[in-house]
Design a protein around this ligand. Structure first.
Ligand SMILES: C[S@@+](CC[C@H](N)C(=O)[O-])C[C@H]1O[C@@H](n2cnc3c(N)ncnc32)[C@H](O)[C@@H]1O
Length: 321
């Protein structure tokens, strides 16, 4: 069966026996959430800052979108001081079934709640929102169709006018053979988050690229059992493509975001106290156990902010006061 990539991804990832409804993501790839509990601690610090900016409301929301196995929500809740925990309303938004061991205080929902007052976090969510792929030909962009059995590709028709306008604005292709991933579904998904944010901040974290530096042949990739594999949309692997976060930012602004910051995870986490600094060597003799603990912590921090790895992810942070 031949489908556009968007339809094929939708079916392969979220169809009846789709990859994400069947599999545990942590068995296939490592995100910041799984890399270290220090990530959840940093998110807690962000949540505390949002709480203060909002004047400590009676109910403070933490909404984790594309929550996977709920690790981030669980980690933030566990690290929160009791005074904050009492006011926290935690919602994990996820299409996969609720994990049996999830703490009872965490609500599990297929859709984000309305009227959010607090912090929304979406770590590696947007890259899994299905997108269409186009290829530049001598007569202009054409949709790429894919065979869902073996991943073979062929060219289909012209994209619609709205997609062409998006390409023109956000991902102009120059040479025949170049490819682009049409980010409109991600823009819409992100805008729908901002619309639900009454007051507070929403942060999307993902592999990202910017309009002046798009990868000329796209970024579509598959992951299975910890390895990169060919992105065959048969439900056997994760299928992902990096995110045009600058386009999502513009969509968020149109949806009501008042402030926007687009930076890297390295910079964002450093501002939240994740430095990767090693403990002083003299601590090794004075306090060997403390030194080893500090050393382990610094290596986890270093992984979260590594420029060529997780630290290179984009952080889009938008707020409504
Ligand atoms: C790469 S995983 C990230 C999991 C987790 N955030 C982490 O960092 O470990 C992406 C998750 O987004 C979920 N997802 C994709 N589209 C969704 C949607 N429209 N609503 C809720 N969850 C969605 C998938 O089911 C998947 O579990």
């Amino acid at each position: 069966m031949w489908l556009t990539w968007r339809a094929a991804m939708e079916h392969a990832l979220y169809g009846e026996s789709g990859f994400y409804l069947r599999e545990r993501p942590s068995g296939h790839f490592r995100t910041s959430v799984g890399a270290s509990p220090l990530f959840a601690e940093a998110v807690l610090r962000e949540l505390v800052a949002v709480d203060e900016a909002l004047g400590r409301p009676d109910v403070l929301d933490l909404v984790d979108i594309g929550a996977g196995e709920g690790g981030l929500a669980t980690g933030v809740l566990a690290a929160a001081p009791p005074s904050l925990r009492r006011r926290l309303r935690v919602t994990a938004v996820e299409l996969a079934p609720r994990p049996p061991a999830l703490p009872g205080e965490i609500a599990w929902s297929r859709a984000a709640p309305d009227g959010i007052c607090g912090l929304v976090l979406a770590n590696e969510w947007l890259d899994n929102i299905p997108v269409d792929i186009v290829e530049q030909t001598v007569t202009g962009p054409r949709l790429v169709l894919v065979n869902v059995i073996d991943g073979e590709e062929r060219l289909g028709g012209r994209p619609g006018e709205a997609d062409l306008a998006w390409l023109n604005r956000w991902w102009p292709m120059r040479l025949t053979g170049e490819r682009a991933e049409i980010g409109r579904p991600r823009d819409r998904a992100w805008a729908s988050v901002i619309v639900r944010l009454a007051r507070g901040r929403a942060i999307a974290i993902d592999y990202a690229h910017a309009v002046d530096d798009r990868p000329p042949y796209g970024t579509l990739a598959g992951y299975r059992d910890g390895s990169m594999v060919a992105p065959v949309p048969d439900g056997s692997c994760d299928i992902t493509a990096h995110v045009a976060l600058d386009a999502c930012a513009a969509a968020g602004e149109s949806a009501g975001a008042v402030t926007t910051a687009l930076t890297t995870q390295r910079e964002a986490l450093r501002a939240l106290g994740i430095t990767g600094r090693r403990p002083p060597a003299e601590q090794a003799a004075a306090d060997p156990r403390g030194y080893l603990r500090a050393l382990a912590r610094s290596s986890e921090e270093a992984e979260l902010i590594a420029p060529g790895g997780l630290g290179g992810f984009g952080w889009l942070s938008q707020s409504r006061p």
